[in-house]
Structures are given as structure tokens and as C-alpha cells.
Design a binder for this molecule. Structure first.
Ligand code: MN
Length: 218
């Protein structure tokens, strides 16, 4: 559990995502971010030992215990990432709109969650605004750390998917109630405005002009 890979993948002068620092808090945060990158997916995150363990779930969570949702294990994220909503610029890693889709707490049901995680099976309860009750993250096979399944356990919160598909019924931000399109538009407007005041960009343009002039005169 470390943030080297997270920091390596991102250029923090170009993305508004937080720079990775291992946190000393222990709040058992649970987060899902809906992320319209090259493909729409849901980033499922659980705070453990100062970072957010992260899985990209292409189809998002389901409340149906019969439905296994593929969950691709991705790099640990900083805890501050858990409040991020906005847009990652095009061309940057993960470029696209990020919505805070659900948030709350998770409660491990394994005696030693760190050990359970390394062994490839996490059992836990969620207390979120959208997801509640017992869930499992299960590694598909030993030796392949990438592919896991996210599966609901059978409890009072379970519902058959043909009766209730939570990603369709609850599409919007848990933070701002905004849709993906609204987030994209609003953050673009904020940044366009902020961009006008950015001195470094101006300097760069000036430098480019100067070098152009130099080239023309030589
Ligand atoms: Mn993502």
C-alpha cells in the first residue's frame, strides 16, 4: 500500500487531482466515483492503512447477489481523492469527468482485513448513501492480482437486478446531485475563468512568441 504508482501516472501541473500523500487518519472511508474516461466505469475505493484501495468496476455495483461484477484492481489512491469531483483534462491519465457517486463507511468482516486483502477475499459491510449491507471483493485466481469480482451478499439490502438496477435508478452525484453532463459543464466554466488569471500560461505564450520572432528574424 503506497502511492508511488499513483503519483507517477499523473502530471499535477495539469490535473486538479490531489497529489498523493499517505494519510494518518483511519475513518474507514468507502467511496465510489463514476468516471467517464475512455470507457465509463465506477471506481470502488476502501480506505485501508492510509490509502484508498481501488478497483475499476466497468458495470458498476449491483444489489443482486447472483450478479458478479468484474472489478479491475488499480493503483492505490490518496485518501483526499475521496472527495474529488470534477474533470481531468483530456490527454491526461484518466482524462474525463469524475462524479462522486456514493460515499460512506466500510466495516471489515474479516478478522484481519490486511491479510484478507492480500489473500484475495475481502468481506465487509457498507454504510453509504446508496449502497448498504454486506459485499465481497474476491480475487478471481491466485497469481492474477488484476481481476476481482464485486458481489453483494444476500441480506435485507439485496434486490434482484431485473427489479432494481441501482446504477440506473441513482445516476447522479451524491455530493451535488449533478449529472455527468452538468459536472463536465460546470467545472469547465470554473477552469476557463481561473485560466485567465494564470500567470505561468501567459509567460509561456510570451516566450513562445519571442522565440518565434527570433526564428523569423534569423
Ligand atoms: Mn477511473
Amino acid at each position: 500500500m503506497a502511492l508511488g504508482l499513483y503519483n507517477k501516472k499523473r502530471n499535477f501541473s495539469k490535473t486538479p487531482e490531489p497529489k498523493g500523500k499517505v494519510s494518518h487518519q483511519q475513518k474507514n472511508l468507502y467511496i465510489i466515483q463514476k468516471h467517464a474516461a475512455s470507457h465509463l466505469h465506477y471506481d470502488f475505493r476502501l480506505e485501508l492503512n492510509g490509502v484508498l484501495l481501488s478497483w475499476a468496476v466497468p458495470k458498476g455495483p449491483s444489489l443482486d447477489p447472483k450478479v458478479k461484477r468484474l472489478a479491475m484492481h488499480v493503483e492505490d489512491h490518496p485518501v483526499e481523492y475521496g472527495s474529488f469531483e470534477g474533470i481531468i483534462p483530456k490527454g491526461e491519465y484518466g482524462g474525463g469527468t469524475v462524479m462522486l457517486w456514493d460515499k460512506g463507511k466500510w466495516y471489515p468482516e474479516d478478522k484481519d482485513p490486511v491479510k484478507a486483502y492480500h489473500e484475495g477475499h475481502l468481506h465487509f459491510r457498507l454504510k453509504g448513501k446508496k449502497l448498504n449491507g454486506r459485499f465481497n471483493l474476491i480475487r478471481m485466481k491466485k497469481g492474477d492480482d488484476k481481476s476481482w469480482f464485486l458481489i453483494k451478499s444476500n441480506d435485507d439490502y439485496a434486490k434482484p437486478i431485473d427489479e432494481y438496477d441501482i446504477t440506473e435508478e441513482e445516476p447522479n452525484s451524491v455530493k451535488t446531485k449533478q449529472t455527468m453532463d452538468e459536472i463536465a459543464e460546470n467545472y469547465k466554466a470554473i477552469w476557463d475563468k481561473a485560466g485567465l488569471k494564470k500567470a505561468p500560461a501567459k509567460k509561456k505564450r510570451l516566450a513562445a512568441k519571442t522565440s518565434q520572432r527570433r526564428k523569423q528574424s534569423s
